[in-house]
Design a protein around this ligand. Structure first.
Ligand code: GLY
Length: 350
């Protein structure tokens, strides 16, 4: 087990990597605990839940709505939760996003923490204090920054993860190597078989190294005023693909990373050989990644959180492991999209 601390002016978070439920029992209140989970997680892990009032949501992205968050607040009120209550989000990315948001708005904020059960949430979603729900097809448009007091990542829980969700987590794992650690990137690609075997030791090592990258970024910029934007690598196009094709988040981010790396080459920031390396790594990870961009992609990006006044702060690569942020006018991005779609069509017709 390894602990990583994120201390920020807005709050501190302890990340317990490789621990078990027994490692958090003394961090939970003796009473006033409200546990938010989904029906799948409750079926799998309900027997190890600590004593708590349990509130359930439906699994999946469809639960990331203001209505679900509002309904949870109503249930908390009816169950007698007050300002001294403690919310434990127990689940994957959707549970952590929604439970974190509810904890940050219920009675203007109550204490909260997570038990993170999926690869995607252990490597990204439960870490760093972002909470959020979607508005129609627009991802995470409503949300808050609120650091969980602690996050437990028990890597053995990944054993029960369906393959599609494992692949989603692999996308975010690869992202951390691509933005911050070339050796991690190579180790992830070399360990794909062990990842699919859900080997908790290999997963623990790779996840912990990825989380250290994320923790360092969040410490510098907890509210995403600048440097934290690097964590959005692959997300500008990825979010469009995720909602358009209704595919898992990390799978969409994987394709988004390839397109963003293509843009990096197009803008002369990165050699083509680095793009190929990323393409090969993602192909070898076994996930489907050949999604075309929808025709109105620029219109959709213009309403993304990352767009400001007709431009988007875009995370590009200089090489695998090294990022650069450029402000790109939507018009220029449109020219790249035309080039990208034409090139994809041509390569498909040969
Ligand atoms: N998932 C991106 C971030 O936490 O900033």
């Amino acid at each position: 087990m390894q602990s990583i601390k994120i201390n920020t002016a807005e709050g501190a978070s302890l990340l317990i990597m490789g621990g078990t439920i027994d490692d958090i029992r003394d961090k939970l209140p003796a009473s006033g605990l409200f546990l938010i989970t989904d029906t799948n997680v409750k079926r799998l892990y309900g027997s190890v839940f600590p004593p708590a009032t349990v509130l359930e949501i439906e699994p999946g992205e469809k639960s990331k709505t203001l209505e679900v968050a509002g309904d949870l607040c109503r249930q908390l009120l009816e169950a007698g939760a007050d300002r001294s209550s403690f919310i434990l989000g127990f689940g994957g990315g959707v549970v952590c996003d929604v439970a974190g948001m509810v904890a940050s708005i219920y009675m203007r904020g109550v204490r909260h923490a997570f038990v993170s059960t999926t690869l995607l949430s252990q490597v990204d979603a439960s870490i760093g204090g972002k909470t959020g729900v979607n508005l129609g097809t627009f991802k995470n448009i409503i949300g808050t920054f609120s650091q969980p007091e602690f996050v437990l990542c028990d890597h053995r829980m990944i054993a029960t993860l369906p393959e599609e969700e494992l692949q989603s987590g692999i996308g975010e794992l690869v992202k951390h190597g691509a933005i911050g650690d070339r050796n991690l990137f190579f180790d992830i690609t070399a360990s794909m078989g062990r990842i699919y075997d859900r080997d908790p030791v290999v997963l623990g090592d790779l996840i912990t190294r990825a989380v250290k990258i994320k923790a360092a970024v969040v410490r510098r910029d907890p509210l995403e005023k600048g440097p934290r934007r690097v964590l959005n690598f692959g997300h500008t196009f990825g979010h469009v693909l995720e909602t358009f094709y209704m595919i898992p988040h990390g799978v969409a981010v994987a394709r988004g990373m390839i397109i963003a790396a293509g843009l990096s080459v197009w803008k002369g920031e990165m050699p083509y050989s680095e793009l190929r390396m990323l393409e090969v790594a993602i192909a070898e990870s076994g996930m489907e990644s050949d999604y075309d961009l929808p025709a109105d992609v620029i219109n959709l990006i213009s309403r993304d959180k990352k767009s400001e006044k007709g431009s988007v702060n875009f995370v590009l690569l200089r090489s695998v492991g090294k990022t650069i942020i450029r402000r790109i006018p939507l018009k220029e991005l449109g020219a790249f999209v035309d080039y990208y779609r034409e090139r994809r069509d041509r390569s498909q017709s040969v």
